[in-house]
Structure formats: structure tokens, C-alpha cells
Design a binder for this molecule. Structure first.
Ligand SMILES: [Zn+2]
Length: 574
């Protein structure tokens, strides 16, 4: 609802912007105007022609105004086969070949986006039937965030009825995926028209083109770069690891500060690389951060802890003894990981201590006492297993339980609750959901819609058209002692004795974290999962990282540390 209201408001403001834009239209004239035979429409009056004027597409900038994507004019070589001589075509082909320019013979557009050297050479030769036209193409100012930014391209036959109804010309280029598609209505400029005399001179401007608005994303480019590098470095050093994702959310706003998916791809080379990308077994085109579904493993244990504290099953001081094996059921007796590893136990623990050491038997006991319905209720309150509301396509995921089991054609046993309580079973969450859940926990239960759109700006970025305000989608209203117990337990993970301590020993800011690893069905390798928020007492950001076949979650602490290093270096004044 919030987003709809936002776009309505944006629409009204866009009309105002359009009026303002016509004032500085003349300064943009050189940049915007695209004359070309392909735009020539039928003759309006004897000897004159209506020519469409392409409008610039809005830019995409990060939260600090750093330009990520903009329009650029490029020159194409066009051949009129009725006029071009064989000799002219041979000269043209040789020129392109010598310069390594890709060209398409027997096509009206012979070569696209040619360089100034070739343009100069062609002007000098003045080959019959060979001319130059200009068009705008997207220019990428970063090699990062390919899945988030997305591409533009020509309208497809499938899309055409919808775009036609919205007043588009078939020659327009439109957003295909990512932010380019999600914010198409904001980014699109409105083409203009002019009347051209038979001699090529402009008789009059019928309507000036209006450039699209600039979209400011919530993304912070340096943090996005750090997240992508941390993920790539981890995966390069982990033999057998598959793809992965890392998402950073701002606590208290739902701003997506970074969302990295690995492997990624180069937007500027998409067409050239497409076949290789499509054939890659790691599926680089797949947006893992928003659409990859993973079991959370032990990173789910804070949900179980909050549920048990919230329902009065335990207090922060309640101690439960880990006896190594959970024996309440006669025919299903799962063991703690420590017991399986070394035949020892964690002994008597409160909830904070159990979170720090990730004791399975402690959380089996809580799951047993809560039951699956309450567990799933709390998971839902954290936004797990449901869309976060972000503007790009995302997978919904699912929480484990009788309902999901029957949908999957499986049998749900009472004992299945134990596995669900420690994040195994059929839970399937996206990295984005895990980051939102962590941010919700860090914020005391206040859950915000995750979003990528920070503001809509005028084309040149000088005026703010509208700003997205944080939208609260739920509030668990965690009791301060509940939050403190869970936070202390998670902070223990990065303190001496904690699994992530080696990575955080010299980090000046307290970090609350939880590691997880989740068995992939039918596979010996487990996915590594890591969540954290910092500073633990007054959280600003929440991070979730998942690496397929990445082993234990603790090893991901190094990647999380690299992301936190970047954030606190840029945002904290000593
Ligand atoms: Zn244990």
C-alpha cells in the first residue's frame, strides 16, 4: 500500500518536474536530441516531416548520489542498401575489420557504438549510402550490483501490448530486470517531437522531450563493493563452495545497503556474454540474494529463544541441562552436535549461554515445549518465509511445519518440531529475509519493509521529487530482558571462547552474531550461514551471508568482518 501511495505521489510530482524541465530543456538539447531516419514519421504537411525526439532515461545513483548508471550517446553506422555501392561496402567492411569492430552484413544498422576514430574516417571518406546515426545506450559506472541494477533493452513482442497501452513507441528501450524494470515508470523520459523542413532545418518544436527522473537507491556503493569482494574472496578460498549471497540492511529503516550475489556478471557485456552465462553451472544470472532459498541452520535459534522467552516457557535465568541426547521421544532421540563430535555435553545452560555455544539439546527442549505452531508464529513475525516487500522479484520461501509438509507430500511427525527449532527441517529462507530478520531482532522486534528505492530526484539530481519513508510492517515489541538475553548470547559468539572470536578479537565495536550450517538434502556438503548486527547495544546494520557448500558458518565471520570494517570505517567518526 505504502509503495502504491508513493508512486501516486511520485506521478503528481513528475508532472510538476516535467514543467520545470522544459525550462532547462535548451541546455539539454545537445545531449537529448536524437535525429535519425528511423525516427522519421509520415509527412505532416507538404515537404515537412515530424521527427520524434528521444528523451534521456533517468540515472540510477546510490544513496550518496554516486552515479551507477547513466545514458550515453553512441554512434551507429547505418547502410542504405539501395544507395550504397559495392565498393563503398567493401571499404566499410575493411575499415571495421582492421579496427576489430563487430559488424553485421546485410543489416540496416551495420555496426553499433563505434569509436570516434572510425567516425572521423567515415566522415572523410563520405561513402555513398553509408551514414551515422546516434542513439542513447546505458553506461555502467560500476562493475558491481548487476542483479540489482538490471538491464534495458528493446520492447519484446510479449511486452508490447502492455507498453503500447502505456503510450510507448515500439522503438523505445525499456527496463528488462532489476531496478531498470522496477522503476521503469520513473526512469523513462517522455519523447518529444519536432517538425523538420524538407531541407532538414527545424521548422518548430512540437513538444520538447522530457528526461526521466533519477532514481536514488538505498545501496551504498562502497559497501556493495565490499560485500561482493568479501563474498568472492571467501568462495575463492573455500574449495568446493558454490554460489553465495550477502545482504546488509539498515536497522530501523529497512534500507538495503548492499545485496551481493555470487557469481555475478558484467552488465556492459551482457549480450556478448549471454551464452556463456546461461551455460554456467553456477547460474550467474540467478539473483541469489533475493531468490535463493536456504535452510537457516542454527541462525534460526534466536527465533526459538525469543518465542520461548516471549511465551514464558523460560526466563533469561532458566537453566536447562544438556545431557548430550534429547530423550523425550522413544523412537527419535537426536543428539547435540558437541555430543556427536566428542561424546561430551554443554552441561547446565541459560538461554544466552546456549545461544553462544549453539547447544542443540537446549533448543530441542524449547521447541518441544513450544510446539511447531508457536515457533512458526514467531518466525512469521520476523518475516521469515514471506516476501520482504522489496521492489525486485524475490522468493517467498516457507517455514517448516505440518502445512508445508502436506504441500510437499511429506509426513510431519511431532518430533519434526525439534529439527525445526534448530533451523533444519524444511525451512527455506532467502538471504534478504535472513538479513531482515536479523535487523528486526536488532531493532527490538520492529520489522520494516525492505526496500531499494531511497528517493526520486530530478534528472540532474539537483531536486528531490519524493523520498521513500520507512514503512513498519510489524512489531514484536520484544521485552527489554528478552532482547538483552538474546543479544548477550549472540555477542558471546564474537567474544573470547565464541566461534567467531578469531575474526573479531581486534574489532573495536561489539558485534552480536550467530553461525549456522544446514545440511542440503541428498548432499554431504552443508551450506554455511552467518548473521550479525552491530554495534550490538545500539544496532545500525544487520548482515546475513549464505554460501552454498561453504561448510561451517563460523568461517563466514571473516567475510562479515570485512563488510563491517567497510561500514564502520565510512560511517563512524572516531
Ligand atoms: Zn549441547
Amino acid at each position: 500500500m505504502n509503495r502504491r501511495r508513493f508512486f501516486l505521489r511520485t506521478g503528481v510530482l513528475l508532472v510538476l518536474t516535467a514543467a520545470m524541465c522544459s525550462v532547462f530543456f535548451h541546455s539539454l538539447w545537445e545531449l537529448q536530441v536524437v535525429h535519425g531516419p528511423e525516427y522519421r514519421a509520415r509527412s505532416a504537411m507538404a515537404g515537412s516531416t515530424i521527427v520524434s525526439l528521444a528523451a534521456a532515461r533517468g540515472r540510477i545513483v546510490d544513496r550518496n548520489g554516486t552515479v551507477l548508471v547513466s545514458d550515453r550517446l553512441c554512434s551507429n553506422i547505418v547502410v542504405d542498401e539501395d544507395v550504397a555501392t559495392e565498393e563503398a561496402l567493401l571499404t566499410l567492411t575493411n575499415l571495421c575489420r582492421a579496427r576489430g569492430v563487430t559488424y553485421t552484413e546485410n543489416s540496416r544498422v551495420f555496426a553499433r557504438d563505434v569509436d570516434t576514430d572510425l567516425i572521423a574516417a567515415l566522415r572523410e571518406l563520405d561513402l555513398p549510402g553509408v551514414s551515422l546515426t546516434t542513439e542513447t545506450v546505458r553506461q555502467y559506472h560500476t562493475a558491481c550490483a548487476a542483479h540489482l541494477l538490471g538491464r534495458v533493452g528493446p520492447v519484446s513482442g510479449e511486452e508490447w501490448p502492455d507498453y503500447r497501452a502505456r503510450g510507448y513507441a515500439f522503438s523505445e528501450r525499456v527496463g528488462k530486470d532489476g531496478a531498470e524494470l522496477a522503476f521503469e515508470s520513473v526512469l523513462r523520459g517522455i519523447p518529444g517531437a519536432e517538425l523538420v523542413n524538407a531541407d532538414g532545418s527545424v521548422a518548430r518544436i512540437l513538444s520538447p522531450p522530457v528526461p526521466g527522473s533519477t532514481v536514488a537507491l538505498t545501496i551504498d556503493l562502497p559497501l556493495q563493493e565490499a560485500a561482493e569482494a568479501a563474498l568472492a574472496d571467501f568462495i575463492a578460498a573455500a574449495p568446493g563452495a558454490g554460489g553465495g549471497a550477502a545482504v546488509v540492511i539498515e536497522v530501523g529503516t529497512g534500507d538495503i545497503l548492499a545485496a551481493a550475489s555470487w557469481p555475478s556478471y558484467d552488465l556492459s557485456r551482457f549480450a556478448a556474454d549471454y551464452e556463456t552465462l546461461a551455460a554456467d553451472p553456477l547460474h550467474p544470472l540467478f539473483h541469489r540474494a533475493f531468490q535463493g532459498l536456504y535452510a537457516p541452520g542454527s541462525t534460526f535459534k534466536p527465533v526459538t529463544a525469543v518465542a520461548a522467552l516471549g511465551e514464558g516457557v523460560i526466563t533469561p535465568d532458566t537453566r536447562i541441562r544438556d545431557t548430550g541426547v534429547f530423550t523425550a521421544y522413544r523412537d527419535y532421540q537426536p543428539a547435540c552436535w558437541l555430543y556427536r563430535q566428542s561424546r561430551t555435553t554443554h552441561g547446565l545452560l541459560n538461554v544466552s549461554e546456549a545461544l553462544t555455544v549453539s547447544c542443540n539439546v537446549f533448543f530441542y527442549t524449547l521447541g518441544y515445549q513450544l510446539g511447531i505452531d508457536l515457533l512458526d508464529y514467531y518466525a512469521g513475525q520476523f518475516g521469515l518465509g514471506q516476501p520482504t516487500g522489496a521492489e525486485l522479484p524475490e522468493a517467498a520461501g516457507a517455514v517448516a511445519g505440518p502445512e508445508l509438509s502436506s504441500r510437499l507430500g511429506k509426513t510431519w511427525f511431532e518430533g519434526s518440531t525439534l529439527a525445526a527449532a534448530i533451523g533444519q527441517s524444511d525451512h527455506q529462507f532467502t538471504p534478504l529475509q535472513l538479513a531482515c530478520y536479523t535487523a528486526t531482532l536488532a531493532g527490538g522486534g520492529r520489522r520494516y519493509q525492505a526496500h531499494l528505492l531511497r528517493a526520486v530526484l530530478s534528472y540532474d539530481g539537483s531536486e528531490t521529487v519524493s523520498v521513500f519513508s520507512p514503512f513498519l510492517t510489524g512489531d514484536l515489541s520484544l521485552a527489554p530482558e528478552t532482547l538483552a538475553a538474546v543479544r548477550d548470547g549472540m555477542q558471546g559468539v564474537t567474544e573470547p571462547g565464541g566461534a567467531a572470536y578469531p575474526y573479531f578479537r581486534d574489532f573495536p565495536i561489539p558485534v552480536a552474531a550467530k553461525t549456522g550450517s544446514a545440511q542440503v538434502s541428498g548432499n554431504r556438503d552443508s551450506n554455511a550461514v552467518f548473521i550479525c548486527f552491530a554495534p550490538s547495544q545500539a544496532p545500525e546494520i544487520a548482515v546475513a551471508i549464505v554460501v552454498e557448500k561453504g561448510g561451517g558458518g563460523a568461517s563466514l565471520a571473516g567475510a562479515a568482518r570485512a563488510i563491517l570494517d567497510c561500514y564502520f570505517r565510512n560511517y563512524t567518526e572516531n
